[in-house]
Ligand binder design. Structure first.
Ligand SMILES: *Cc1c(COP(=O)(O)O)cnc(C)c1O
Length: 363
C-alpha cells in the first residue's frame, strides 16, 4: 500500500504505532483472553486501563489534584448544554466569545438555559480573527466565560489564555476539542476544559472533561442524571458504562505522546508543521488563507485556490499523490488541511511540496 496521509478534520488520523499496538492486542489483551471491547468496565483488567489512561493524562498535562477528569460520551456538543446546566449555579447569565461556527453553536445551546452575553465576536470579519481582550465586554454577573480555543472549521486559534479579573474570579470555560494536547496547558487558569476525542485525542465516542471540584454540585433543577458532572465525578466516570474501547485507544495515544517527549515537544513539532503550510500559502498568489496571521490555527489550515474552477483538479491530483480528505468544510468550501499531533511532519512536507508543484503547473 502506498503511504497515505489523511488530513481529515475529525474523526482524524491516529498515530500509526497506536493502531499497530491496538491491532496486536485486538483479540487478546495482555493474555486476558479478551478483547478490550469484551471486558466488563468494572473488571480488574479494564479498571487498570482506565486508571493508567487517567494517570498518564494527569502526568502529561500536569493536572492538579483539585481537578476531576471525566470520561464521558455525547461529544463536545453535549457539553454545550452540560456546561450551562452545571456551571450557572443560580446565576442567570454567562459570557461567551464568538469566534466561529462552534462558538455559535455553544451560544445557541446556552441560550436555552440563560441569557448569553456575547462579550466579543469576530462575525464582523466572517470569523477570521480572535478579538483581543481589550475589546471584550464582560458581564460582572456572568457565571462563567466560555470560548473556543480553536475553531476547527474556520482555522482560528487563540495563542493566549484570557486573563480573568482576580476580584471577580469568574471561571474560564474552554472548548478545546481540536487543539487540546497540541501544546503545554496550564489547567489552573481554567474552571473547566472539554474536548471531544476524535480530533486530537483518540476515536469518536469519548468526551473528556477536566473540571475544578468546587464548581460541582449545583446543577439546575431537573438536570438529567447523566448530564450532572458530579454524578460522573463521584463514580469515577463509571456511573454507567463509559466508552471503554475509545478510552483504551486514547490511553495508548497518551503513552505515545509521553514517548514522543510530551507536550513541549509536540508544540515545537506542531509549529514547524504549521509553518510549512503557512509559509507556502503566503509565498504565492495562487493560494489564499483568509485568517489573520496572528490567529492562524496550528491544527486546521483552511485555504482557497484563487481560481476555484481548479478545486476539483486539486483534490483529484492530491488523492493520486496519497494526500486525502483535504476538501474544506461544506459551509466554507475551499480546502482544509488538518494537521493534528498524529500527522507526521513528512505528511505536511509532502502536502506543501504537492501544493507548490500544483501551483507551478496551473499558472
Ligand atoms: C468537532 C467539534 C465539536 C463537536 O464535536 P462532536 O463530538 O461532534 O459533538 C465542538 N467543538 C469543536 C471546537 C469541534 O472541533
Amino acid at each position: 500500500m502506498n503511504q497515505i496521509y489523511n488530513f481529515s478534520a475529525g474523526p482524524a488520523v491516529l498515530p500509526k504505532e497506536v493502531l499497530q499496538q491496538a491491532r496486536d492486542e485486538m483479540l487478546d489483551w495482555h493474555d486476558s483472553g479478551m478483547s478490550v471491547m469484551e471486558m466488563s468496565h468494572r473488571g480488574k483488567e479494564f479498571m487498570a486501563i482506565a486508571e493508567k489512561t487517567e494517570s498518564d493524562f494527569r502526568e502529561l498535562v500536569g493536572v492538579p489534584k483539585n481537578y476531576k477528569i471525566l470520561f464521558l460520551q455525547g461529544g463536545a456538543t453535549s457539553q454545550f448544554s452540560m456546561v450551562p446546566m452545571n456551571l450557572l449555579r443560580g446565576k442567570k447569565t454567562a459570557d461567551y466569545i464568538n469566534t466561529g461556527q462552534w462558538s455559535t453553536k455553544a451560544i445557541e445551546e446556552a441560550n436555552r438555559y440563560c441569557t448569553v452575553n456575547v462579550a466579543a465576536s469576530s462575525e464582523d470579519a466572517n470569523f477570521t480573527y480572535v478579538p483581543t481582550q481589550d475589546k471584550w465586554r464582560l458581564n460582572q454577573e456572568a457565571a462563567y466565560i466560555h470560548y473556543t480555543s480553536n475553531e476547527t472549521i474556520g482555522g482560528v486559534e487563540f495563542h493566549w489564555i484570557p486573563e480573568i479579573d482576580p476580584q471577580n474570579n469568574t471561571p474560564l470555560v474552554v472548548d478545546m476539542s481540536s487543539d487540546i494536547l497540541s501544546r503545554p496547558l496550564d489547567v489552573t487558569r481554567f474552571g473547566l476544559i472539554y474536548a471531544g476525542a476524535q480530533k486530537n485525542l483518540g476515536p469518536a465516542g469519548l468526551t473528556l472533561v477536566i473540571v475544578r471540584e468546587d464548581l460541582l454540585g449545583i446543577p439546575i433543577v431537573d438536570t438529567p442524571t447523566l448530564y450532572n458532572y458530579q454524578v460522573h465525578a463521584k463514580n469515577d466516570s463509571m456511573y454507567n458504562t463509559p466508552p471503554t474501547y475509545a478510552m483504551y485507544i486514547t490511553g495508548l495515544v497518551f503513552s505515545w505522546l509521553k514517548k514522543k517527549g510530551g507536550l513541549a515537544t509536540m508544540e515545537r513539532i506542531n509549529i514547524t508543521k504549521a509553518n510549512l503550510l503557512y509559509d507556502l500559502l503566503d509565498s504565492t498568489d495562487f493560494y489564499h488563507c483568509p485568517v489573520a496571521k496572528s490567529d492562524r490555527s496550528r491544527m486546521n489550515v483552511p485555504f482557497t485556490l484563487r481560481n476555484p474552477a481548479l478545486d476539483e483538479e486539486f483534490l483529484k491530483q492530491a488523492k493520486i499523490s496519497g494526500l486525502i480528505q483535504l476538501k474544506g468544510h461544506r459551509s466554507v468550501g475551499g480546502m482544509r488541511a488538518s494537521i493534528y499531533n498524529a500527522m507526521p511532519i513528512e505528511g505536511v512536507a509532502k502536502l506543501a511540496a504537492f501544493m507548490k508543484e500544483f501551483a507551478s503547473q496551473h499558472v
